[in-house]
Design a protein around this ligand. Structure first.
Ligand SMILES: *Cc1c(COP(=O)(O)O)cnc(C)c1O
Length: 566
């Protein structure tokens, strides 16, 4: 049942990850959006999702002999997953009329409540070639392409909700700045009749009353900024020169984060530390924090789900019950985890032809291959890695991650680790699994023994893959950044790379700390004190799984950011 009368939240996101086979996302931002919408359906929070359809997805990744990433379009058939909607809407882009239709994915939650997610589609015969191509690639093309896509999302998305008769939207939740043109559309609604150039403070307050903004990155390059002339040519001079909008322009540019923040009543970071860092970027704004979480039922692997169902059956309805994982016998946790490990070994063999040993200590590291995630850190001293594996206990490593097609530095990182893995040869077996996506992420996070995370402080807004690992009883070894500052208890839920999270550190210092922890604490414990290791596995579930889940996150949004619902 779709509730059309009670006040409802419209969640706008450039990417939404709902199924591994639907390439409508690129990474953490989209996966979080999917987990949020799924959780709203589970909890019965009235919500609709709005995003764009990408017929070529993000990209399919291949790694060639030399370690270079090759990109190909991801082929898929939207009609296999989505239902076409009847309404058509129109909007002006660069003075042309662009026609839009939408496809619906219906999420049915655990108790039968449903949340529709609409993917806007500009690939219609009545549109120009260029406008049709806007339904092509996620994060593809140049700045003009991106501004046009974001205009479709924000302004087209609002029109589509009206056409679909969702007349009850009380809250617009902007998931990152990509959706910020929505605020212009909402201002147009609020000033209906007189036009936005006459918008008063009261009109602006009315927009703020309805908008909530979540920011996801403290990396400046992660915030879209467009030259004002470009935005003017796409959206029209009437919108850009309206005083209410012109007030948000800085140095001849529209910063989408700033635009979103300006028109929002509430602004969130995605972890406590991230909110702190964001306050220094936007000093005149109140920035709150709601720490991210992951959809527990989706990310717990099948063997873990069975174990939880047996011991704490309430966990599906109420993730708090994961706290009682502390009463599950450690041997059963180890057995369930070993099943996930065998499944990972199997997947790796099928996809790479390489054979991992299910009895060997296995490290997982899979991330968007971008400089600040520092994929190289683990490989910065190959001799040390060889020595730990040879003297303390054997190690094998599973890697994955895509670099954005235009991120040469990121591609170079992949090449470097692929080559390092060849140098390590059989002394430390390293496999790189191509095409990191929700499916491979789920298997890696569940099947390894340790999840390693090495972002450059303080650039990791939250990170969610370590949460997926925790729910599967996999402890983390992580730099003190993002969610780990909140989830870390040394030796209990995992280990810190350099505990001093406020002090500046160097790559060398953090690499040394990483190797020290592996050599002196973690690898010895794994091989010589498996019972102690199993305690850490169990605490990862009980302490972190019970908190860093999307039920707690969405409940916090309801309590703190969507007050009209409660
Ligand atoms: C969970 C997930 C991410 C986000 O992981 P981080 O820890 O935030 O880097 C990225 N990509 C995929 C495919 C995921 O499933």
């Amino acid at each position: 049942m779709i509730e059309t009368y009670s006040p409802c939240v419209a969640y706008f996101s450039m990417e939404v990850g709902l199924e591994p086979a639907m390439p409508t996302y690129s990474g953490g931002l989209g996966v979080l959006a999917g987990d949020t919408l799924r959780t709203a359906a589970d909890l019965g929070v009235p919500m609709v999702g709005v995003s764009l359809l990408y017929r070529q997805g993000y990209f399919a990744q291949h790694i060639d002999e030399s370690g270079r990433q090759i990109e190909k379009p991801e082929k898929w058939s939207p009609e296999q997953f989505l239902r076409p909607m009847r309404p058509r809407v129109q909007m002006e882009i660069e003075g042309r009329t662009v026609h839009l239709t939408a496809w619906r994915y219906l999420i049915v939650g655990a108790r039968g409540h449903s949340v529709p997610v609409y993917f806007l589609d500009a690939d219609l015969p009545e549109n120009s070639e260029f406008d049709r191509s806007l339904a092509g690639q996620l994060y593809g093309g140049d700045q003009r392409y991106r501004v046009c896509q974001e205009a479709l999302l924000g302004i087209g998305g609002l029109r589509m909700l009206e056409a679909l008769r969702h007349d009850n939207i009380r809250v617009f939740h902007l998931n990152e700045g990509h959706a910020a043109f929505l605020t212009i559309g909402v201002l147009e609604q609020e000033t209906h009749g007189k036009g936005i150039h006459l918008a008063t403070d009261l009109d602006i307050e009315a927009v703020r009353d309805r908008c909530v903004f979540t920011t996801h990155t403290p990396v400046p390059a992660g915030h879209d900024q467009f030259p004002i002339d470009l935005v003017r040519s796409v959206l029209g001079d009437g919108r850009v020169s309206a005083p209410a909008i012109a007030a948000t322009i800085m140095d001849g540019r529209i910063n989408m984060t700033y635009l979103g923040i300006h028109f929002s009543r509430r602004v969130n970071g995605v972890a406590m530390r991230h909110a702190q860092v964001t306050r220094t970027m936007f000093p005149h704004t109140a920035i709150n924090a709601i720490t991210n979480g992951v959809h527990a039922v989706t990310w717990a692997a099948e063997p873990m789900r069975r174990l939880f169902d047996h011991h704490i059956p309430e966990w599906r309805r109420d993730n708090h019950y994961l706290r009682y994982a502390s009463s599950i016998p450690k041997t059963e946790i180890r057995q369930a985890h070993q099943e996930s490990k065998l499944a990972l070994v199997d997947m790796v063999r099928q996809r790479t032809g390489r054979v991992l040993d299910p009895d060997v200590f296995t490290i997982g590291f899979a991330r968007r291959a971008t400089a600040y995630k520092r994929m190289r850190l683990l490989f910065s001293d190959l001799n040390r890695l060889r020595r730990i594996s040879g003297d303390v206990g054997p190690i094998q490593i599973v890697l994955g991650g895509k670099a954005h097609p235009r991120d040469e530095q990121g591609k170079h990182l992949i090449q470097m680790v692929v080559n390092a893995s060849r140098d390590l040869s059989e002394s430390v077996r390293v496999v790189f699994v191509e095409g990191y996506d929700m499916g491979t992420a789920a298997m890696m996070c569940a099947g390894v023994d340790l999840w390693v995370n090495t972002p450059q402080k303080p650039m990791e807004a939250s990170g969610t893959s370590g949460m997926k690992a925790a729910i599967n009883g996999v402890p983390s070894l992580s730099v003190m950044d993002g969610w780990w500052i909140e989830g870390y208890v040394e030796g209990v839920t995992g280990w810190a790379i350099d505990e001093h999270w406020k002090a500046a550190t160097t790559d060398e210092g953090e690499a040394a700390s990483l190797y020290d922890k592996l050599e002196r604490v973690i690898v010895p414990m794994f091989y010589r004190n498996p019972d102690a290791y199993a305690s850490a596995m169990r605490s990862a579930i009980a302490i972190n799984g019970s908190f860093f889940n999307s039920q707690r996150m969405v409940q916090q949004y309801v309590e703190n950011a969507y007050p009209v619902l409660s």
